[in-house]
Design a protein around this ligand. Structure first.
Ligand code: GTP
Ligand code: MG
Length: 221
């Protein structure tokens, strides 16, 4: 059992999850408009969060691919909904990388357009199994995150909070941040109560996030 995230997984679960994410992941589709989404195949999981929170980096860590999703230190890198699948292997799971909301180093109109796309996708996608809402572990949940949580709660789309950049916190600060975040989402109806702490840089919590995804996928399949 591992306890670092307060969600215990057995060694078997971690191993099964590792295998689920093994194998070639491919980019299959990019959408800039809600009427241009790919056909629904299997289940989807989406990664949402403020610009620069580490969505694309975490997808690369999960899939062990350095540049499956493009990353940058400039906020506003991902500007479309990017869909990834294991095309040659097993298409039951798609990963969706999303543009970020909040501040980005691009024009306001662009951000407004993709923020609308994010909300439309999140509330309207029938095979969206769970959304991972990424929150910078150093900052916690901010007002701008609230709008997305609100959309998900209203649409009854299941989501889990994932803290990113956990390597930037001292071990002594990590548990307090997890607990404060759990407390902040306690009354949110569509929120999964457990919070995961991750780091794409150190690998902290990445195996557990894979296991959390595998667990819900096997429950739904
Ligand atoms: P947008 O596409 O612009 O919304 O950003 P994003 O959320 O996809 O973030 P991205 O993965 O591009 O990472 C943004 C910056 O954060 C990059 O400079 C990354 O190197 C850095 N970063 C991502 N993950 C981590 C992490 O676990 N630890 C640390 N220290 N930095 C990270
Ligand atoms: Mg990105």
């Amino acid at each position: 059992m591992t306890e670092n995230t307060s969600t215990p997984f057995t060694e078997d679960e971690l191993e099964t999850a590792r295998k689920l994410f093994e194998g070639p992941w491919d980019f299959v589709w990019a959408s800039t408009r809600i009427d241009d989404l790919p056909p629904m195949v299997g289940h989807e999981i989406a990664f949402a969060g403020r610009s620069n929170v580490g969505k694309s980096s975490l997808i690369n860590a999960l899939t062990r691919r350095n540049a499956l999703a493009r990353t940058s230190h400039t906020p506003g890198r991902t500007q479309q909904l990017n869909f990834f699948r294991q095309v040659d292997h097993d298409e039951r799971l798609s990963i969706v990388d999303m543009p970020g909301y909040g501040y980005a180093a691009v024009g306001k109109d662009k951000v407004a357009a993709w923020t609308k796309l994010i909300h439309d996708y999140l509330r309207g996608r029938a095979n969206l199994m769970r959304v991972y809402v990424l929150i910078d572990a150093r900052h916690g949940i901010k007002e701008v995150d609230g709008a997305v949580l609100e959309t998900l709660d209203k649409a009854a789309v299941s989501y889990q909070i994932v803290l990113t950049k956990g390597d930037a916190l001292k071990p002594s600060e990590q548990q307090a941040r997890i607990e404060a975040t759990r407390e902040a989402i306690r009354r949110r109806p569509a929120a999964f109560p457990e919070v995961l702490l991750t780091s794409s840089e150190s690998g902290l919590g990445v195996a557990e996030l894979r296991a959390a995804i595998a667990r819900i996928l096997f429950e739904r399949s």
